[in-house]
Design a protein. Structure first.
Length: 626
């Protein structure tokens, strides 16, 4: 049996750590760490624009080199087999362009050997190929298979620009401009990457590889031809509209949606439209990107975006679960911060959800126009105890709950950013990683956590039509082995945790065969040391893939799932809690392992807050229940 006082000691210690890490504005700024890709792109961007910020460039090269493997490669995650060609190409290019390293340096020599031994620069990811073309490193100019006129197709057309997810569109608009303008920009300092090519194929981008993708592109083409007007006029209108689409979505800090990739592409798109690199729009965008830098283990990292709202909402709620009073200064500061970040603008989400007033929260500190369901329910959980005490919080709560409930998809599940943006045909577009970028379908993690929120924190009866439809969606999407796939985390442990806790909060029966099947699966995959661990390979394999070691965050999710179902602590819960307490101060590759994902096979996230949040939540729930 786990000693109760040991649990309490660990809870106390985690609370103390979080207290020390809170920022002056009440938020927590733990890094949103997506590996070295953004560090490499920042060096390439600064050199392309002639912004010689040597201190930043030098700092970024140090971080990139600190992550190189013995075989010369860079990896996206620890157990990625031999390395990752895309990451290695990006790192090699950035280190050369920095000017601080040459092809003769051993680190770069080994990187080049690795790239050539694994198929050459041609094997890099689509987005990297676009960046290479933009900076003059390919024989072909920037090309994109979707014409810019696509933006003009009416929403009544079977496939149109607004059928694509908001995070897809915001990268797509500048890409269409760049593809149309065939833009590229080399500088005197540009390195020569021609020796990384193996085939020098004419089809570097490999856009149209299937009959289906040709079919969908030709139907877009037909749609464009049906637009009435002179081709030149239509083309110039489309370019204008694509540019306006970007400009209308620039955040107060100058970035596009506060996303690194979208801002990077916007800067190049603006240059392709004739804007000087010293144009205030570009200067401000670069300044906004620079403001997203953070320190991790003594190294400078360029974040893809900041995660302050997400960190703060989860931490405030978890601290309260762990017994910290809502009147405690730490919580009141956090909740005041959250109150100030609720969004009040009509934005793209309203296109598919008309007539609903704003009321959601976004993910990053600076975001004002991209609310999402997850951040909204997380923020509402944090402020829920204040609703009866303070009219400001009551008003905020009412708006937030109304917005979240209005976001339910027609299929009964919940998406991340927009309602009913899930046309399967879009997955046929010849865009690598398209299924992660182009649609925003209902997912087990979003649906489960929304049900958990509605079931535990609102006064809605458990048998409302809305909750019943959500539960049905979850039950219908269970995987054969008993698990659920989670879209925004790794992967099946994450989805199963959200699904089961959501079902239990909204009136689910723990003896139900499907719930029992999930619990059996979870117990079956527990490691001998009492922990759980799942590999990032799960999302590309599309099936649960063990990590071969235990991970503290995934262990906390698994324990929390079991606690939700069992009235008494089981041996699996006990050994999980014991592992958690032993591993809390561990510092090895498993604590640095990414458990969040943006795009399977290309974009993984290390949330530096999770190693505190989820163990604390699991320990607090264990302590409360047993």
């Amino acid at each position: 049996m786990v000693e109760k006082h040991h649990v309490k000691e660990h809870i106390k210690s985690l609370i103390h750590t979080l207290q020390n890490d809170q920022l002056g504005d009440g938020s927590w700024g733990y890094a949103f760490d997506t590996g070295i890709s953004t560090d490499a792109y920042m060096i390439i961007l600064l050199r392309t624009l002639g912004i010689n910020d040597e201190e930043l460039i030098m700092d970024l090269t140090k971080r990139i080199l600190s992550k190189q493997e013995k075989n010369g490669s860079w990896k996206l995650f620890y157990d990625e087999d031999e390395g990752n060609v895309t990451s290695t190409v990006e790192s090699y290019y950035a280190l050369l362009y920095s000017g601080y390293y040459t092809k003769k340096d051993e680190q770069l020599r080994k990187a080049k050997e690795y790239i050539l031994a694994h198929g050459g620069i041609e094997k890099a990811h689509m987005f990297t190929k676009v960046m290479l073309a933009l900076t003059g490193q390919t024989l072909q100019k920037t090309h994109f298979p979707i014409p810019v006129e696509f933006i003009l197709l009416p929403t009544s057309f079977p496939i149109n620009f607004f059928d694509i997810s908001s995070f897809g569109r915001v990268n797509l608009a500048p890409l269409m401009i760049l593809g149309d303008n065939k833009f590229s920009k080399k500088t005197k300092r540009s390195p020569d990457l021609s020796d990384l090519y193996i085939s020098r194929s004419d089809d570097f981008f490999k856009w149209t590889e299937t009959r289906e993708s040709r079919g969908i592109l030709s139907s877009i083409e037909q749609g464009v031809k049906s637009i009435i007007g002179l081709p030149q006029h239509i083309h110039s209108l489309a370019m204008q509209q694509a540019k306006q689409y970007m400009l209308n979505r620039i955040e107060p800090d100058g970035t596009l949606y506060n996303y690194f990739s979208a801002t990077f592409l916007m800067i190049f798109a603006l240059m392709s439209l004739g804007h000087s690199r010293k144009d205030p729009l570009i200067v401000k965008a670069v300044k906004g990107l620079k403001a997203m830098k953070s320190k991790i283990d003594g190294h400078t990292h360029m974040q893809y975006t900041t995660a302050n709202v997400w960190n703060t909402s989860l931490i405030s709620f978890t601290l309260q679960k762990a017994g910290v009073s809502v009147d405690d200064r730490m919580i009141s500061q956090a909740n005041e911060y959250l109150l100030s970040r609720q969004q009040d603008k009509y934005a793209d989400w309203a296109i598919h959800n008309p007539g609903i007033p704003p009321g959601g929260w976004g993910f990053s500190d600076i975001n004002t126009i991209e609310p999402d369901v997850d951040d909204t329910t997380a923020s509402l959980r944090a402020i829920s105890p204040l609703v009866q005490q303070d009219a400001r919080y009551r008003e905020s709560w009412d708006k937030g709950v109304y917005w979240v409930t209005s976001m339910q998809n027609s299929d009964g599940g919940w998406p991340a950013f927009e309602r009913n943006v899930d046309k399967k045909i879009l997955n046929l577009l010849p865009i690598e990683g398209g299924r992660f970028l182009l649609t925003d379908p209902s997912s087990a993690d979003l649906t489960g956590r929304t049900l958990e929120f509605l079931g535990f924190y609102t006064n809605l009866p458990k048998n409302t039509k809305m909750m019943d439809r959500g539960k049905e969606w979850i039950m219908d999407h269970q995987v054969k082995d008993g698990s659920w796939y989670g879209r925004w985390g790794i992967c099946y442990i994450y989805g199963t945790w959200a699904a089961i806790t959501g079902l239990m909060a909204s009136g689910g029966d723990p003896t139900d065969a499907k719930i029992q099947k999930a619990i059996k699966w979870l117990k079956h995959i527990q490691n001998k040391d009492g922990g759980w661990g799942e590999s990032c390979k799960s999302d590309t394999n599309r099936t649960y893939t063990p990590l071969g070691a235990s991970n503290i965050t995934q262990t906390a999710w698994a324990i929390d799932t079991l606690i939700a179902v069992h009235d008494q602590p089981t041996p699996e819960i006990q050994s999980g809690i014991s592992y958690l307490m032993e591993a809390i101060d561990k510092d090895d590759w498993t604590t640095d392992y990414p458990v969040g994902q943006g795009m399977g096979g290309g974009f993984y996230i290390r949330y530096h807050s999770y190693r505190y949040i989820f163990p604390l939540l699991a320990l607090a729930n264990y302590d409360r229940k047993y």
